[in-house]
Design a protein around this ligand. Structure first.
Ligand code: NAD
Length: 546
């Protein structure tokens, strides 16, 4: 059975079990997608979107892996094979760590102005090549081109902010006693590693690359095995920006590569973004071997709609945040809490959501694309079905959606389910274009629902009342709060602040916290007595050496 037939039959299949030969040919892509795929394959050394292998980037070289196991990367709109990523061998992984350790010796001693210059060059190159990165994201990940540009831009903003690195690294000095000074300097920690999820192939590697490197560390990135292209293009841009060999490496793979990162004694810190299972595993395994670890994980983000909200703004914001990127954002609104009379807005919410256009990401007018894989689609559909079984009401049903010209895509249309907090569809992260709607009588009831949820990534309230907003902001136990703002991701002059089950570790990503994560303080106390100073006046007496 072909992958397309399997998908249509609804049978679960594992990507890796499929023979490459069973995939549709490149000609299954639309003309515009094929042109982009060919352009990416010819212009970039590390990635391919026309069926060739993705390379490792080790010691400044894009090298073909000698891996035995390979993972297919497929276009989620057509199932076309775009590239294959290696399960990097242990020898190759050790080479990457050795190159990073060697490069650390000089990069950690480089002038902060050299590192700032690198950040500024990278900023310029990323801006000029944003279209290539965004196109790679559309092909491999499936989001729309406009949304993919947003993915790049949010990463670029971390680069922009890191350009102030000389100021960010300023230490403190004070004279603690006569002629005795104590000073603190922020120094890099060594070889670091960054493990990324599939949903933001550019932004999340860019949460770590500029920060780790500008602070004087070296970094090994392991992108998601489902969409490695953006990270490979970014690696090449780092090289073009003048980064010395070995300061950045990219290796690929799944659990074995991740475990090698957790266990290698030369790796001092791990940044992870992804799901709960992997995050908990990486946190425990990495901490066991003495590493600094930060893990951003799953979410269930609630938006509260108060009856006094600006209805038009609230509904449009909700729809954008729930269904944009096919609901595959860690800050997507996945639960709407309708308070009091706002409950009567449900039909209008469904009417507006129904109008969203689902299509391949390069198609004009597409609002959202496919979900990442046939397996993800089946999981999402299973969770919608579970809601029906448990007494929920599917008010808008995106199952069975067909998209003209793309019979084999992983399509799920916008779906709205009236549910209660005891149902599976409420408790589990769906990570698809599915909005759960729960009802509450009062703001206190809404707060109780949100605070009982284990996750703490993001939340939002829509209201015209400052007092209501203030009470919500103070009492909600979630780390990132939007007031009439649906996706309150902090810009990188701030730091990420998801909490509760959405985060493991002590020091969050980017901003001031990012500097803290990637540095260690050295405090020095020095005594230089004034009476021992050499006089300014030259001595003209005959030296007697006594
Ligand atoms: P994932 O956990 O499947 O994969 C993330 C990374 O971990 C990948 O590089 C993968 O190769 C690796 N990995 C997967 N399973 C592993 C295992 N068992 N052991 C070791 N490594 C493993 O996540 P995903 O599906 O790529 O991304 C979606 C998830 O990421 C969602 O849960 C989403 O909420 C979360 N996410 C969170 C944030 C945040 O900032 N909180 C941001 C983006 C995504």
């Amino acid at each position: 059975m072909s992958p397309a037939q399997l998908l249509r039959s609804g049978q679960f299949f594992v990507r890796r079990s499929l023979a490459t030969a069973a995939r549709p040919p490149l000609s299954a892509l639309s003309a515009s997608a094929r042109a982009k795929a060919e352009q990416i394959s010819s212009e970039w050394k590390g990635t391919s979107a026309s069926g060739n292998n993705t390379k490792n980037f080790i010691g400044g070289e894009f090298v073909e892996s000698k891996a035995q196991a390979w993972i297919d990367v497929v276009d989620p709109a057509t199932q076309t094979l775009l590239t294959r990523v290696p399960e990097t061998t242990s020898t190759e992984f050790d080479q990457a760590v050795a190159a990073a350790s060697e490069a650390f010796k000089t990069w950690s001693r480089s002038s902060v102005l050299t590192r700032q210059r690198f950040v500024l060059e990278l900023q310029h190159l990323l801006r000029n090549n944003a279209d290539a990165i965004a196109s790679s994201i559309v092909l491999e990940q499936g989001k729309t081109l406009a949304d993919a540009h947003g993915d790049v831009l949010r990463g670029l903003q971390v680069v922009d902010t890191t350009s102030n690195i000389p100021t960010a690294l300023l230490g403190d000095t004070i004279e603690v006693s006569k002629d005795m000074d104590t000073s603190t300097r922020r120094l890099p920690i060594g070889v670091c590693a960054s493990i990324a999820p599939f949903n933001f192939p550019a932004m999340i590697p860019l949460w770590t690359i500029p920060m780790a490197i500008a602070t004087g560390n070296t970094l090994i990135v392991k992108p998601s095995e489902r969409d490695p292209g953006a990270a490979m293009i970014i690696a090449e841009l780092c090289q073009r920006a003048g980064l010395p060999d070995g300061v950045l490496s990219v290796v690929h793979g799944t659990v074995p590569t991740v475990n090698a990162i957790c266990d290698h004694p030369s790796i001092k810190a791990i940044s992870f973004v992804g799901g709960d299972r992997a995050g908990k595993h990486i946190y425990e395994r990495g901490r066991k071997s003495g590493k600094r670890v930060q893990c951003n994980m799953g979410a269930k983000n609630h938006a509260v709609l108060m009856p006094d909200a600006n209805k038009n703004h609230a509904l449009n914001s909700l729809i954008g945040a729930a269904f944009g990127a096919a609901g595959q954002r860690c800050m997507a609104i996945s639960v709407a809490v309708l308070v009091g009379n706002a409950q009567s807005w449900l039909p209008e919410l469904c009417e507006r959501a129904k109008k969203l256009v689902v299509s391949q990401g390069f198609e004009k007018g597409a609002d959202l694309g496919p979900v990442i894989s046939p397996a993800a689609k089946l999981r999402i559909i299973g969770l919608i079905a579970s809601a029906e079984e448990q007494g929920g009401v599917v008010a808008l049903d995106g199952r069975g959606l067909e998209v003209s010209g793309y019979p084999d895509g992983n399509w799920v249309g916008p779906t709205v389910i009236e549910a209660t907090a005891d149902m599976r569809c409420y408790k589990e992260e769906i990570f698809g274009p599915v909005l759960i709607v729960v009802k509450a009588d009062t703001l206190d009831d809404a707060l109780a629902i949100i605070n009982a949820n284990p996750y703490g990534n993001g939340t939002a309230i829509f209201t015209q009342s400052g007092a209501t907003a203030r009470k919500f902001e103070r009492e909600v136990e979630v780390g990132q709060v939007g007031i009439n703002v649906p996706i309150p991701v902090p810009l990188p002059m701030f730091s990420w602040s998801g909490n509760k089950a959405s985060f493991l570790g002590d020091v969050p990503f980017y901003g001031r916290s990012g500097i803290d994560f990637y540095t260690q303080n050295k405090t020095t106390t020095a005594l230089w007595r004034a009476e021992d100073a050499i006089g300014n006046k030259a001595s003209v007496d005959m030296p007697t050496h006594h």
